[in-house]
Design a protein around this ligand. Sequence first.
Ligand code: CU
Length: 277
Amino acid sequence: MSLRRICFSVLGSLGLLLGTASAASPGGGPTHNWQIAMQPAVTPVMERLEAFHFKLLVITVATCVFVAILLIYAMLRFNQRANPIPSKTQHHTLLEVLWTLVPILILAYIAIYSFPLLYYEAAVPKPDVTIEVIGRQWYWTYVYTKEGGFQFDSNMLQEAAAKARGEPRLLGVDNPVYVPVNKNVEIITTGSDVIHSWAVPAFGVKMDAIPGRLNHTWFKATNLGTYYGQCSELCGANHAFMPIEVKVVSEKDYRAWLAQAKRKYASSGAMRLASNE
Ligand SMILES: [Cu+2]
């Protein structure tokens, strides 16, 4: 465990106690019991998000500690017993300037670091694979447009089936998405009924799937493995039961999957929702 991750965990726990940091997303990816920090990053976007989150966590914890020290000091130093005759001071120009200026500088620092990340995430690089993701009540349809034009539905596995296949409860699906490792994957989301959101925490991806609209995002997974996510926009009764499973495989395995997927899903017919040439 690197020093950075140890700091992350310790600060994460501290932040959690202070109510400033969020706990790990429910399930998804290589999570473990009592996990507090985020899932390990597997894309350049998530690595940057994690680094930025770490910066914010340091600022947040430092602010909380500073305010707590001030409060305790004020309670001890200025209570009625320690300070029976209070000062009549009403104004202190230097203090006023400082407590206006310092928060402005902190917020400016945060803004300056957040914009490059926003633009990095928003600029979809030239895709090697393009997948259209359609959110439905309550499952996902994936369309591989440029890879031969096939589509398939991805439904959550019921508990017994998940157990039999060694998949985590409420996260495993019958037909996972396959993507090649170290390739730019463009994701185009839309909704067929209500708004859904396609989110995979380990990838740093969360994109709304809105009916009548196409949203673009991307990821480049740098580690092989199976990663999980969940619909992240309240979409009705079974919102909690439309998980996302992405298998990041080698180029060779991806080609092999593609060949059999084309045959398997051929009957479902190609459906083009977007012209993304
Ligand atoms: Cu939902």
